[in-house]
Design a protein around this ligand. Structure first.
Ligand code: ADP
Length: 604
């Protein structure tokens, strides 16, 4: 187990072996070190290895002698119990050597036990050294701070391994139970609840409703989890988060929250306005790179964006007895008069949901209807699902033989790569462009227009085509999309289709300047609902000026956010493509990704 492991570091090991003190020991221990304890072997007249050799020689010689005498007697039919004097002496010598050897190994075994007091077999020199090891290990998040001093239980037996009996397993767990981390005022009461959760008497999911205190529920669940698993959650913060704000909306059964750094790229000059773009990421270089792209865009007069389409989709799958009946429903929903009626039914589900189209696809007897609707400032998955449910209920009257297999039939398509999103779009479809001046390409991006155009053609277009890419005709759109999504409370799983992007680069103005554009057909964002209302994410939306619902025009905030995402992707594409074309990719990652010391040196 890590906790008591002797220095894995060979230098530490050497120091320890050489008697060098890692940490100054107590006086009593110094005394112990000066006078090594007496061993049983110290009483022998000869050195230990000579004594051992002597007794081994006696043992094997006597054995050989006795066995050869025994064989002779059998050959000559002499009774075995008739013993000569030499045989008697040999037997006595054999007994003496056996006694010695048994004693020697017995002493050795006892000495081994004494010198290795912990069951791991790792020797600990003194308590100070042990303390050093514990401190070192506590940084790596082992369960040392929970009082674990023995290794965690073995992973429950797989097939073929002996099963551990229930009481034995319980006993093992009892030894390894970490000490409680939380010590609230009414700890006795809490202790009882923790024990009930551990034993299964209280379901973990019911803590919020039982206690009526989300923070306390999270703390108790966390402590119970540590005890059940024997694993420490140290490092995962519990304090400093509003657990009420996620109840029934964002996350169930919380035990803490993950911290992520948020960096700022910008200003991004887009459609005449400047935006400071928050990016939550742990990838070194990403924010710095996007920032450089923003600088190039700004110095060239800014970027322009156009929103081409705005509609969230949901596609249920329904089944009929025949393909003919499935086709009849397809023609029914496509009939303009019927579509009008269905829109009224659909739009009743929300003030903001407005049905735009129903696109149908048939697979035998099964019909997939891709409903598309505007959803105001919400990303809109819930909203569109409610509207679709209303329509399905309504259609059941005219098509009683319609069997609704699933509200989502994957023709939507949510959180999976799909050509339907790439071609038809989902959420917001945005195109964003800029003309980067020749001198900016040289001075800020440290490359040439021709080099960028060629790289884009061979990498983002041809290379992605060779790879059979679906919507991946870009350098790293998903990097920027994910970082902005996490910072602003979007659903990061929708990064899959939201990162669909084709990056185009072309030499313009007599081949001097660079026209760069990103076309992104399925940016799925919202400024209300989901994670957008949480404090940190809400602050990032506020920074962009798109927090919450737009009071004047429903949906304007979400649409603006989509264009900012596209503008940031444009900046990211410009910078990374430039780094690659200038051969800087590895060196810049080494600079920003590997060592904070290096970054400081570079900055200074
Ligand atoms: P989603 O549909 O993105 O999953 P929700 O289910 O939380 O998000 O729906 C958004 C909620 O916010 C709805 O209840 C809606 O009525 C409300 N809302 C308030 N203002 C707006 C707005 N401007 N645009 C969209 N929804 C809004």
């Amino acid at each position: 187990m890590d906790v008591r492991r002797r220095p894995a570091n060979p230098i530490l090991r050497e120091k320890a072996d050489a008697g060098e003190q890692l940490i100054k020991p107590h006086k009593s221990h110094q005394h112990q070190q000066q006078q090594p304890p007496m061993k049983a072997s110290d009483a022998l007249p000869l050195p230990l290895h000579l004594t051992n050799g002597l007794f081994f020689t006696i043992f094997f010689s006597v054995m050989y002698f006795l066995l050869s005498r025994w064989r002779e007697k059998i050959r000559n039919s002499i009774p075995l119990h008739v013993v000569t004097l030499s045989e008697l002496v040999a037997v006595l010598s054999l007994i003496a050597s056996v006694i010695y050897l048994l004693g020697f190994f017995g002493i050795g075994f006892v000495q081994t036990l004494i010198s290795r007091p912990n069951p791991d077999g790792w020797d600990v020199e003194d308590e100070n050294t042990e303390q050093f090891l514990l401190q070192e290990d506590s940084r790596s998040g082992t369960c040392t701070t929970l009082g674990c001093a023995v290794p965690p239980p073995p992973v429950p037996s797989a097939k073929g391994l002996p099963k551990i009996s229930q009481p034995a397993a319980k006993a093992a767990m009892a030894v390894e139970k970490p000490a409680p981390l939380i010590t609230p005022q009414d700890s006795e009461e809490d202790e009882e609840i923790i024990k009930s959760v551990v034993s299964g008497k209280i379901p973990s999911y019911s803590l919020e409703s039982k206690l009526g205190d989300c923070k306390k529920a999270a703390g108790i669940r966390r402590e119970a989890l540590q005890r059940i698993t024997g694993k420490s959650l140290e490092g995962l913060p519990l304090e400093g988060f509003d657990y009420e704000s996620i109840l029934g909306q964002c996350c169930e059964m919380p035990v803490g929250y993950v911290q992520l750094p948020v960096g700022i790229a910008g200003p991004l000059l887009l459609d005449g306005r400047e935006y400071m773009v928050p990016m939550a990421t742990t990838e070194g270089c990403l924010v710095a790179s996007t920032n450089r792209g923003c600088k190039a865009i700004m110095a060239s007069g800014g970027a322009t964006s156009m929103l081409l389409r705005d509609g969230m989709t949901r596609a249920p799958v329904v089944r009929f007895a025949t393909a003919k009946r499935a086709a009849e429903l397809k023609f029914f929903v496509e009939e303009p008069m019927n579509f009008e009626t269905l829109s009224v039914v659909f739009n009743k589900s929300s003030r903001f949901a407005r049905l735009q189209s129903i696109q149908c696809a048939i697979a035998g007897k099964n019909l997939y209807m891709r409903f598309s609707c505007s959803t105001g400032d919400a990303m809109g998955m819930n909203m569109v699902s409610k509207g679709v449910q209303n329509v399905l209920d309504y259609l059941q009257t005219d098509f009683p033989d319609m069997d609704v297999i699933g509200l989502s039939g994957n023709f939507c398509a949510d959180k999976k790569p799909a050509a339907v999103n790439w071609i038809e779009g989902r959420g917001k479809s945005v195109v964003c462009e800029a003309i980067i001046k020749e001198e900016i390409v040289k001075k800020v991006l440290k490359t040439e227009v021709a080099a960028l155009v060629e790289l884009n053609m061979l990498k983002n277009l041809t290379g992605s085509a060779m790879a059979g890419s679906l919507g991946g005709f870009n350098a790293h759109a998903s990097n920027i999309v994910s970082a902005v999504y996490i910072a602003t409370g979007q659903d990061p799983a929708q990064n899959v289709e939201s990162s669909h992007c084709i990056t185009m680069m072309e030499a313009v103005n007599d081949g001097k300047d660079l026209h760069v554009s990103v076309s992104m057909p399925s940016i799925e964002v919202g400024t209300v609902g989901g994670g957008t209302q949480l404090a940190s994410q809400s602050a990032c939306l506020n920074l962009l000026g798109v927090k919450g619902a737009n009071k004047e025009e429903a949906g304007a905030n979400a649409r603006l956010l989509a264009t900012v995402v596209a503008g940031s992707v444009l900046a990211g594409e410009l910078s990374l493509m430039s780094a690659i074309s200038a051969g800087q990719l590895v060196s810049s990652h080494m600079k920003y990704n590997r060592s904070s010391k290096d970054v400081t040196k570079v900055a200074s």
